[in-house]
Design a protein around this ligand. Structure first.
Ligand code: ADP
Length: 551
């Protein structure tokens, strides 16, 4: 028996756009400019400019359905215009990660066969040298001020964004498209291997946006303003630009001002109620606020994910600044919302902590299981570890194989029955809380036992003298592998002897897990999205580039 519902109404991004620009037309987008006044606009005006952009792309640049239109842009209102215009006209938005090494950027743009690139003027010096290697790019659209002289002699046609939009109609007949059509693509940041392309559908973006808005996720309302510090090229800024157009939540966008100082300033001046970023950024903000106090009391919650959030940092935000941190887990392949750590009801604030420091619970759209090391699946008993596998309507089913190539389903990433293998190792409690102990590739295998690098890092980062700490596996003749601890002391702090750090670790960590090898660094190497780059650290150790002390 079939339903009597309007099941043929497609879940498309143009529906989200239409809703946001009408019902929430007055909702605000503020972009930090570094000048006296930020740039201010509304959802309605953004929708009108998105229509103008779509006209320009189609009529002037000849963009057709399924063509890839890339962006190399910071978080700003023009990027939001591109976010809605490109998928809504049935083309595919490809957000390029401006922090990737040049050769990876070239690889990705060629692999996706990007036809057009929208680039912020301030990023031209980064893009210009790569242009001769970009095989498929026919048009460059320069957004905002920048030195275009670096483009002289370059092959693609160059357009100015404002001139391109000027005088074009402010509405567009968005085509009816199948909700399973490609809407946007994002390559993984390649922490553990080469970047791989994930292609989101209109349907997956729509459903994921609804999840972002659920009270058990970020749960924002029209009374809120959110500050996505997480870049719009890092898994669609975790879905926030789409989600806010459903709910009328205000957007505060940092553009290129991502250092702790300007972030603190924009929070004090614009008073957002929510923010989202990876832990490294918030660690920096804590230090900044200690040095130069500012009023960040408008912030009620901050969603932190992308790598394990040190519990010491969560507590510091709450105790020093009254900001509640919600820890979340996700991946490019999961759109990215995979789990969020909201504690169960009825607990005292102190009893909530053991739940809040986990990676959290899965929303109804995400099914999870743990593939046990010896085969089969581990029970949800809070103790039996396994590799996390997930499936659901906003989880990747494959990677983009290239133009006219079939999708890729490498066996190490997809199970034969179609679940995504996350590469993350952990346990799940009987009440569904996920605790990740490590990435499968980062876990330290010492004498047949596993040591969690994340546990050691979290314990170390609770030390008052340390700004950062990363732990990696290094080969050891006797044990196979042992942990190497790389520490970064806070500026102006006397280095603490390694013996003392080791004793500090010993207060919470089993003796046999304590690192013998220690090194002090000016900063831990980071990936393009601000995670500890353990691949680089392991390489530096192997090449003998680190001054290691063995206790
Ligand atoms: P890449 O895999 O290239 O780093 P992603 O941004 O997709 O790019 O990273 C996803 C990975 O980040 C997850 O598989 C997991 O290892 C890690 N991660 C994300 N959130 C958390 C978290 N809250 N705690 C621990 N690890 C996390």
């Amino acid at each position: 028996m079939l339903s009597t519902m309007q099941d043929d109404v497609p879940l498309t991004i143009s529906r989200i756009l239409r809703h946001g620009t009408t019902v929430h037309g007055d909702a605000r987008i503020t972009t930090w400019t570094g000048d006296a006044e930020p740039h201010r606009t509304t959802f309605r005006a953004t929708g009108e400019r998105a229509a103008q952009l779509a006209h320009a792309l189609r009529d002037e640049l000849g963009v057709r359905p399924a063509d890839r239109v890339a962006t190399l842009m910071w978080n700003n209102s023009a990027h939001v215009e591109a976010y809605f215009a490109i998928p809504s006209m049935a083309a595919v938005l490809h957000t390029l990660n401006l922090r990737l090494p040049p050769e990876q950027l070239v690889f990705i743009a060629n692999h996706a066969a990007d036809r057009v690139i929208l680039v912020n003027g301030t990023l031209l010096p980064l893009l210009a040298p790569l242009l001769p290697q970009l095989e498929t790019v026919e048009d460059l659209v320069v957004v905002g001020p920048g030195d275009t002289s670096v483009l002289e002699g370059c092959a693609p046609r160059v357009h100015d964004y404002e001139q391109l939009l000027a005088g074009r109609p402010t509405s567009y007949e968005w085509p009816d498209i199948d909700e399973r059509t490609a809407a946007a693509m994002c390559y993984t940041s390649g922490t553990t291997g080469d970047p791989k392309g994930v292609v989101y559908s209109h349907r997956s973006v729509y459903l994921h946006s609804m999840q972002v808005n659920m009270a058990d996720s970020m749960g924002l309302t029209t009374a809120d303003t959110t500050l996505p510090v997480v870049p719009m090229f890092h898994v669609n800024a975790w879905g926030l630009p789409h989600a806010v157009f459903m709910t009328g939540v205000g957007l505060l966008l940092p553009d290129r001002f991502l250092q702790p100082g300007p972030i603190a300033e924009m929070i004090a001046a614009e008073r957002p109620t929510h923010a989202a970023a990876v832990p490294v950024i918030w660690q920096g903000l804590l230090g900044e606020l200690a040095a130069t106090p500012r009023d960040i009391s408008s912030l009620k919650t901050v969603t932190i994910g992308g790598s394990a959030c040190p519990p010491s940092m969560m507590r510091a935000f709450e105790e020093l600044h009254g900001v509640r941190v919600c820890h979340a887990w996700g991946m490019t392949e999961t759109s990215p919302l995979g789990s969020l750590a909201h504690p169960p009801g009825g607990l005292s604030p102190e009893d909530e902590w053991p739940y809040r420091v986990t990676q959290g619970r899965f929303p109804a759209g995400v099914e999870a299981r743990l593939a046990a090391p010896g085969g089969g699946f581990a029970p949800w008993d809070g103790a039996s570890p396994g590799e996390l596998e997930v499936r659901g309507p906003w989880i990747a089913d494959a990677y983009f194989g290239g133009v006219d190539e079939p999708p890729l389903r490498p066996a190490e990433k997809f199970s034969p029955d179609g679940w995504l293998r996350t590469g993350d190792v952990g346990v799940i409690s009987p009440d569904g809380y996920l605790t990740l102990t490590d990435r499968a590739k980062d876990v330290i295998k010492s004498g047949g036992e596993w040591i969690s690098s994340v546990d050691l890092e979290n314990a170390l980062m609770a030390h008052e003298a340390l700004l950062e700490a990363a732990v990696v596996a290094v080969t050891d003749e006797r044990w196979g592998e042992r942990p190497l601890a790389a520490v970064v002391f806070k500026e102006g702090t006397e280095p603490v002897p390694y013996e003392r750090l080791r004793a500090f670790l010993g207060e919470t960590i089993a003796r046999w897990q304590l690192p013998e090898r220690w090194v002090t660094l000016p900063s831990v190497p980071k990936t393009s999205v601000g995670k500890f780059d353990k691949k680089v650290l392991r390489g530096q150790y192997a090449a003998g580039e680190l001054e290691v002390t063995t206790l």
